[in-house]
Design a protein around this ligand. Structure first.
Ligand code: NBP
Length: 482
């Protein structure tokens, strides 16, 4: 094996790593070193893709010596302990100035911890979100690298060359320092959970309300994909609904067990939002809806709990479908708005300078939530970079104004018919919460002060107050505790 023959390396050659390595190798000027813990995967990759000109390594020492300096390696192994194990090995064989990129689905706080630990060695550590699944890794993913400015100088040109391209622009940007990239990838996945749940609720309502078959609903989604809802998820939904099960001849969707899996990034998004105090109710409901679906031992009560006697039958199917479309669009705006709010709050908390418009642009290609309306988000941040609530941008205000009547009809129809629509209804509740001039939070403050002397503020004068509520006192007393 020639010494220092490769300009970039990949560690971890399962589906994501091998595809990313092939993507890198297909770009002009790249020679890619590859290493996997167990030798078989390396041997298979080399045998199956001679055109890639990979430089195989069978030890970390060999991997390091096959890379030109500064060395750059992308780790694509199972997140958690395996990532730490690989980082330890690379730190052992790399030198100051080299770059280690973790492209796995790491929790951003792990990335912050790892970056801090590796920094002391003089090696650059970059946590990078990678979206688009195996096909994206091969043909062009959306990439969300964090890490230092110094590492971006080296990584930028390489990552731009392998990323997806949307409207002539590569879907990669330097998101911010240390864990910023993985934070943004986490929120991307949270939005993905919400988007998928909303689409599933739309399908369920149309099916139960109109009696259309999955294939007919596939046509509806295909039609929607030609308008403002155009997106990868709507497109693949049509394909999933059209699929017929070869064994039974029935729509495949009807033979798939209705228990949704999850790998945890939705839960991370919600847990982090709770810590930051950011309401991401649409994402939370989508995550909980998967939990509810996957508890068969609880769902056995379905025949026990009473519900409406009549099944839903809508009088005008076309009008109902159009209402569902508008409800879906409005709820989707809420999901993205909540996600962007979380990124803004995370950036403030962790000291990252994140360009929200740039994030919306790099999500336009390669990733699962790619959608036409990300352009409208980019436009909104271009017009008002410090937009406090995304959906108050003029485009979204107009769209929500157009949709809100239908949205309300759909949520109330679903409730009347006993059809669960947690993401539709929580999105609407969030929307109305933001609209409300006055919230019943005032009563909650009163309750808190009553049982815990937690104090409250008044609308008519500054200060913090506590009322002596009980005992033999009949009057309400407020005292300024300042
Ligand atoms: P997996 O997540 O299934 O991980 C398998 C790889 O990890 C193999 O190469 C395995 O080596 C290696 N590995 C393990 Br397990 N423990 C190791 C250790 N202690 N030391 C060294 N290597 C170890 O692979 P994947 O599905 O290709 O995903 C790779 C990463 O990309 C993950 O973090 C994943 O979350 C992330 N990701 C996945 C997707 C997707 O759509 N699948 C999208 C975006 C990001 P072995 O062959 O020796 O067992």
């Amino acid at each position: 094996m020639p010494e220092a023959a490769a300009n970039i390396g990949v560690v971890g050659l399962a589906v994501m790593g091998s595809n990313l390595a092939r993507n890198l190798a297909s770009r002009e000027g790249n020679t890619v070193a590859v290493y996997n813990r167990s030798r078989t995967k390396t041997d298979e990759l080399i045998a199956e893709h001679p055109e890639a000109g990979f430089v195989p390594a069978f030890s970390y020492e060999e991997f390091a010596s096959s890379l030109s300096v500064p060395r750059t390696a992308v780790i694509m192994v199972k997140a958690g302990g395996p990532t730490d194990a690989v980082i330890d090995e690379l730190v052992r064989v790399f030198e100051p100035g080299d770059i280690i990129v973790d492209g796995g689905n790491a929790l951003f706080t792990d990335t912050i911890r790892r970056e801090k630990a590796v920094r002391d060695t003089g090696i650059n550590f970059v946590g990078m979100g990678v979206s688009g699944g195996e096909e994206g890794a091969l043909l062009g993913p959306s990439l969300m690298p964090g890490g230092s400015d110094e590492s971006w100088v080296t990584l930028g040109p390489i990552l731009r060359s392998i990323a997806a391209v949307a409207e002539g622009e590569p879907c990669v940007t330097h998101v911010g320092h240390d864990g910023a990239g993985h934070f943004v990838k986490m929120v991307h996945n949270g939005i993905e959970y919400a988007d998928m749940q909303l689409i599933a609720e739309a399908y369920d309502l149309i099916r139960r309300g109109t009696g259309k078959s999955p294939a007919e609903i596939a046509d509806v989604f295909a039609e929607w994909n030609r308008g403002e809802l155009e997106s990868y998820l709507i497109e693949i939904t049509a394909e999933v609904l059209r699929q017929v099960d070869a064994a039974t001849g029935t729509p495949l969707v009807d033979v798939i067990l209705d228990q949704a899996g999850a790998k945890g990034t939705g839960a991370w998004t919600v847990q982090t939002a709770l810590d930051l105090g950011v309401p991401v109710s649409g994402i939370a409901e989508a995550t909980f809806a998967r939990s509810l679906s996957s508890h068969p031992e609880q769902r056995i009560v379905s025949g026990v709990l009473p519900g409406p006697a009549e099944a839903l039958v809508v009088a005008d199917a076309d009008a109902f479908v159009e209402d569902v479309r508008l409800a879906l669009f409005a709820s989707k705006i809420v999901a993205y708005s909540q996600g962007f709010d979380e990124i803004r709050a995370g950036a403030a908390q962790y000291g990252w300078s994140i360009d929200l418009g740039a994030i919306s642009k790099i999500w336009r290609g390669g990733c699962i939530i790619r959608a036409q309306f990300l352009n409208r988000i980019a436009d909104s941040y271009a017009q008002t970079p410090d937009l406090a609530v995304l959906m108050t941008a003029p485009y979204f205000v107009e769209a929500l104004g157009r949709a809100q009547g239908a949205w309300r009809r759909i949520v109330s129809t679903a409730a009347d018919a006993g059809i669960p629509s947690p993401a539709f209804s929580s999105s609407l509740a969030y929307y109305d919460g933001l609209r409300a001039k006055r919230l019943p939070a005032a009563l909650i403050q009163g309750q808190r002060d009553f049982f815990g002397a937690h104090t409250y503020k008044r609308i008519d004068k500054p200060g913090t107050f506590h009322t002596l509520w009980s005992g033999d006192r009949t009057e309400i007393e407020a005292e300024d505790t300042h």
